[in-house]
Design a protein around this ligand. Structure first.
Ligand code: KDG
Length: 335
């Protein structure tokens, strides 16, 4: 073949290959990510932030596709999909992770973290990392702790100011034994349920109430079916951004680095945004619901009523782990 014919043949092949890969989508890897909250939530907006970082820093080698509102399933189902390798990323609250990795139960103890920052200190330190590492044993890689936030009670029956007001209320909880026990200790009638079923359960009065952070209460339109809310702040709820181990093990090291760094950068963005949104949505909720703000003494009555849960679960969670977290919280608060 003449030189220029070889050159033309080569050039045509390159154009064909390039064209085909463009048509097929240029990415080498695809991450499908799903969450339970809707697309207005800080969680979803942080996933968009994560997606943009991953796609940019992988130079298009990784494509990220996002799903919200439990379109891919609830927290537990999505974790199982990650284990099987049929979905790559999800971001559940730690409460539904606890049946998979026992130590996460420590974060379900009520009134454990007095401030957001004390939670950051524990989660981003050795205790938090040790728990994330344990996820690998069940086919999940914990990338970072994001934030759901302090949970607040809503209900359709009455204004709640004291544990006595909770008596007999049918309250939806996440699927977690400590949450159930805490609401039982308060005299409620708790029912565990997936997040995706919650709105219609409240609408149809299957449950009287639920508990979630202000942003969720507002953005999921819970105020349409719930008249009363109280700033119980009974639990700080972390999220874990996680990825399927099957997928992770197939990623080259440089791409793993891109994903991990994006997860951490998006964590900082998520916490800032979430805190801002929770504060703003409390103000907006005051126009839509009957909001009870507890005095420190009134909140202490709730704390006292749920205290037996610490002893009840001490052995199951591990007394050492509980004490270690409490020590770290004290250490942080006194600095
Ligand atoms: O996307 C997260 C949700 O699926 C869920 O974890 C939200 O706090 C939540 C709840 O009450 O189920």
């Amino acid at each position: 073949m003449k030189k220029h014919t070889v050159f033309i043949t080569l050039a045509v092949s390159v154009i064909l290959v390039l064209g085909m890969s463009l048509l097929a989508g240029a990415a080498d890897y695809k991450i499908t990510a799903g969450i339970g909250l809707n697309d207005k939530s800080a969680q979803y907006q942080s996933l968009v932030f994560f997606k943009d970082l991953v796609e940019k820093n992988s130079e298009g080698k990784i494509e990220v596709e996002l799903y919200h509102s439990s379109q891919l399933g609830d927290d537990r189902e999505m974790m199982e999909a990650l284990q099987m390798g049929v979905q790559e990323v999800t971001c559940p609250s730690t409460a539904p992770i606890a049946p998979f990795v026992n130590g996460f139960k420590v974060f379900d103890l009520p009134f454990l973290f007095p401030t957001n920052e004390s939670a950051d200190y524990v989660l981003d330190g050795e205790v938090g990392q040790t728990l994330l590492d344990q996820l690998a044993e069940i086919g999940l890689i914990g990338l970072a702790y994001w934030e759901n936030g302090y949970r607040q009670l809503t209900n359709s029956a009455k204004a709640v100011k004291s544990p006595a007001d909770v008596k007999g209320l049918k309250v939806r909880t996440m699927e977690n034994p400590i949450h159930l026990a805490a609401w039982k200790a308060l005299g409620a009638n708790p029912t565990p349920m997936a997040f995706g079923e919650l709105f219609s359960a409240m609408q149809q009065k299957v449950v009287d109430g639920q508990e979630n952070p202000w942003g969720t209460i507002y953005l999921q339109n819970f105020f349409e079916v719930q008249e009363y809310t109280t700033d119980t702040g009974h639990i700080y709820s972390p999220f874990v951004l996680m990825i399927s181990k099957k997928f992770w093990d197939g990623l080259p090291e440089d791409m793993q680095k891109v994903v991990k760094e994006a997860a951490l950068e998006a964590r900082d963005h998520n916490r800032e945004l979430n805190r801002k949104m929770n504060a703003e949505y409390l103000e907006k909720l005051k126009e839509k619901m009957d909001v009870t703000i507890l005095s420190p003494e009134e909140r202490a009555a709730f704390q006292e009523a749920v205290q037996p849960v610490y002893d009840q679960f001490a052995e199951e969670i591990g007394q050492d782990l509980i004490q270690n977290v409490q020590k770290l919280v004290k250490e942080f608060q006194s600095n």
